[in-house]
Write a protein that binds this ligand. Structure first.
Ligand code: AMP
Ligand code: MG
Length: 190
C-alpha cells in the first residue's frame, strides 16, 4: 500500500480526537499504522516559543497574518513526515473577523492529502459537549452558529477537493454512537 495522507476536520467539540483514537485502535489490530499529527499543536509550539501566546485557544484571536504565518510553518513541518499520516485540524477557524480557511492553497500544496474527513453531528449535541468540556476555553456560541460553521465547512471542503483531487468523507459522530463513527473512520483509513 502506498503511503496515505488523510486530513481530519470538525468544529470544536464534535469529538474528532476521540473518534481518531477509536479508529487508530481498530486499525492497530489489523496491522495498519498511522502517525497522528495535530495541526494546532505544531502551530502552538512555534507560537509559544516566539512568546506570542500562552494557551492554544488564544491563537484564533491573533492577527490574521500571524495566524497564517503559524499555519505555513506548521504545514511545512508536517510535510516532512513519512509513512501514513493523519492530520487533526479544522476546515475553517472561527475568528473574531470571520471564518479563516484552515487549508488554504499554500497549506494544501505542502500536505497534498488524498482524503479529507469531516466529522459532524447535530449542532445541539455539539453545544452540550462544549458546555461540559472544562479542559478547553471554548467560545460561547449558540447552536445556530455551530450549524452555520458546519455548513461553511462543507462548502469550503468542496474547494479543497478541487485543488487536491482529494476525496471528501463525512463521518457522523452522534451521541451514543462513537463506536460506529470510529468504525466508519477506520474503514476510510484502511
Ligand atoms: P484544536 O486543538 O484542534 O482545537 O486547535 C487549536 C487551535 O489551533 C485552533 O483553535 C486554531 O487556532 C489553530 N488551528 C488548528 N488548525 C488550524 C489550521 N489548519 N489553520 C489555522 N489555525 C489552525
Ligand atoms: Mg481536538
Amino acid at each position: 500500500m502506498t503511503d496515505r495522507r488523510v486530513i481530519i476536520t470538525g468544529v470544536p467539540g464534535v469529538g474528532k480526537t476521540t473518534v481518531v483514537n477509536g479508529a487508530l485502535k481498530i486499525l492497530e489490530d489489523e496491522g495498519i499504522t498511522y502517525k497522528s499529527l495535530n495541526f494546532g499543536t505544531y502551530m502552538f509550539e512555534v507560537a509559544r516559543k516566539d512568546g506570542i501566546v500562552k494557551d492554544r485557544d488564544e491563537m484564533r484571536r491573533l492577527d490574521r497574518d500571524v495566524q497564517k504565518e503559524l499555519q505555513r510553518a506548521a504545514a511545512k513541518a508536517m510535510a516532512l513526515e513519512k509513512g501514513n499520516i493523519l492530520i487533526d485540524t479544522h476546515a475553517s477557524v472561527k475568528t473574531p473577523r470571520g471564518y479563516l480557511a484552515g487549508l488554504p492553497e499554500w497549506v494544501l500544496r505542502e500536505l497534498m492529502p488524498d482524503t479529507i474527513v469531516l466529522v459532524e453531528t447535530d449542532e445541539d449535541q455539539i453545544l452540550l459537549r462544549r458546555l461540559t468540556d472544562e479542559t478547553r476555553s471554548r467560545d460561547m456560541e449558540g447552536s445556530a452558529g455551530i450549524g452555520q460553521h458546519q455548513q461553511f465547512n462543507r462548502s469550503i471542503a468542496a474547494s479543497y477537493a478541487m485543488i487536491t483531487g482529494a476525496t471528501i468523507k463525512i463521518v457522523v459522530n452522534a451521541d451514543h454512537l462513537l463506536d460506529k463513527a470510529a468504525e466508519d473512520l477506520a474503514q476510510t483509513l484502511g
